[in-house]
Design a protein around this ligand. Structure first.
Ligand code: PHE
Length: 457
């Protein structure tokens, strides 16, 4: 592999940080976090959440950054160089990225379409029926999946074309530049949205509902599982994404500092999203004359049923709709780019083919699978199934096996720690090894057992 061109590099540290933050901030921040926090103790959830960030989120970010920078390769090759048997985990991560990419893009496509729908309030007075029947033409049963839905296919194809063009332009000219444009844009869009949201009638009721602490929840194990789960998904760790992005760093870049910036930026955005979403839900509850508890939702129901209704009820709702769905598209796109890059880089590293060929072949194949599966009227079933599998097993399993191998079997943590410390002003103490070798594996193992129990209950 000596005759290969030198590996690409980020133009600036800021560029890398923007890309890492862009990957982290995604749909999970906007539509997942608010409901998870509400369901798991509200204000008091911030405690386990912060602990999860400090004991698992940031330490794992540092680990992935260090592996990526040291071995300068995508997950399979980097892990192979670290400790040969872990190469399989790298491929497992690539497989997870493939599955996530196929369905994550779909939600972006729906959001893109809903920017247009916001102008005309196309859903009339039945956003629910409109979404499932008119827009998705959702099948009643999996057995009746037959039709192709052009209304979904077209925006989905557009999302894939944009993603692949950006990846095709390369790390610096494509990924870095896109993030440097999209992240500031997202902050503006979302900032205006939140300001509008907190000035709505009923906003305070919504915020009280979100932040009302339930300290008793802290004794409940599943609240802690939820906190760690949210941190893993939200920071995009355990997917090999950060290994991939860090492989384009130069050897002198500060990893520990970057991990802290990325971790706190992501969590700040997430809390901001909680404020925006719950202020808006407070408005919705006030309009309907019901309690906030009655209108709380997350995920698909929040974005495509609750928000459309709110947009209809609000003065200048069209603008609010564009800001909301626009934010989903931008936040999601920067995450999608990072997911697909893992697949592309893994194939590039493995086969030695050029970036363009890798983007066209594997990136293209991922897009085609995504369009074929999810533009049918059964898209919603596939989405649920894929999401369930990924969240319950995919991530936890890869993370757990990797950590046990790296810290206990191959005992690589001291070497990696020295590597990270060499370029950082803040030295990693013993706590780093404790977090990665003990705390996080225990939590991940517990998460897996917890979800297995729920599966068979
Ligand atoms: N972190 C992203 C979010 O919060 C999701 C994501 C998961 C991105 C996996 C990349 C990989 O939505």
């Amino acid at each position: 592999m000596t005759d290969q061109p030198p590996r690409e590099q980020w133009g600036t540290r800021l560029g890398f940080l923007m890309a890492a933050i862009g990957s982290a901030i995604g749909l999970g921040n906007i539509w997942r976090f608010p409901k998870v926090a509400f369901d798991n103790g509200g204000g008091s959830f911030l405690l386990p959440y912060l602990i999860a960030l400090l004991t698992a989120g940031i330490p794992l970010l540092i680990l992935e950054y260090t592996i990526g920078r040291k071995y300068r390769a995508s997950p399979p090759a980097a892990l192979r160089a670290l400790y040969r048997p872990t190469q399989a985990i790298g491929w497992w991560q690539v497989a997870i990225c493939f599955v996530i990419a196929t369905y994550y893009a779909v939600i972006l496509a729906w959001s893109l379409r809903y920017i247009g729908f916001s102008f005309t309030k196309a859903w009339g007075d039945d956003p629910n029926g409109f979404f499932f029947n008119d827009f998705l033409k959702a099948a009643d049963e999996p057995g009746t999946i037959s039709a192709f839905v052009p209304g979904v296919a077209l925006p989905l194809i557009l999302i894939w074309v944009v993603t692949l063009v950006i990846l095709g332009l390369g790390v610096r000219r494509g990924i870095e530049r896109a993030n440097k444009i999209f992240i500031p844009l997202l902050v503006v869009f979302f900032g205006v949205l939140v300001i509008r949201a907190v000035t709505l009638d009923g906003a305070t009721t919504g915020l009280n509902a979100l932040f009302q602490p339930d300290w008793g929840a802290l004794t409940n194990g599943s609240v802690w599982v939820a906190a760690y789960g949210q941190i893993f998904f939200s920071l995009s760790i355990g997917f090999g994404i950060m290994i991939t992005y860090a492989s384009y760093l130069n050897r002198r870049s500060d990893l520990t500092g970057s991990a802290m910036v990325a971790g706190f930026a992501n969590s700040s955005f997430e809390i901001l999203a909680g404020i925006g979403v719950f202020a808006t839900l407070g408005f919705m509850a006030a309009q309907a004359g019901v309690g906030v508890d009655d209108v709380v939702s997350g995920g698909v129901g929040l974005a495509f049923v609750a928000f459309p209704q709110i947009i209809s009820e609000m003065w200048f709702g069209q603008v609010f709709g564009v800001l909301f769905f626009g934010s989903l598209v931008i936040a999601g796109l920067t995450s999608l780019i990072s997911i697909v890059q893992v697949i592309v880089a893994a194939v590039e590293d493995r086969t030695g083919i050029s970036r363009t060929s890798a983007v066209l072949s594997v990136g293209g194949a991922t897009g085609v699978v995504s369009v074929l599966l999810f533009s049918t009227n059964g898209g919603l079933y596939f989405l649920d199934a894929a999401d369930h599998f990924i969240n319950q097993y995919g991530i936890a399993l890869a993370g757990l096996v990797l950590l046990v191998m790296v810290s206990w079997v191959a005992r690589k943590l001291p070497m990696l720690q020295r590597n990270a410390d060499a370029t950082s002003a803040v030295l990693l103490g013993r706590w780093w090894k404790l977090c990665l070798g003990v705390i996080t594996p225990v939590v991940l193992g517990w998460m897996m057992i917890d979800s297995l129990i729920n599966e068979f209950r």
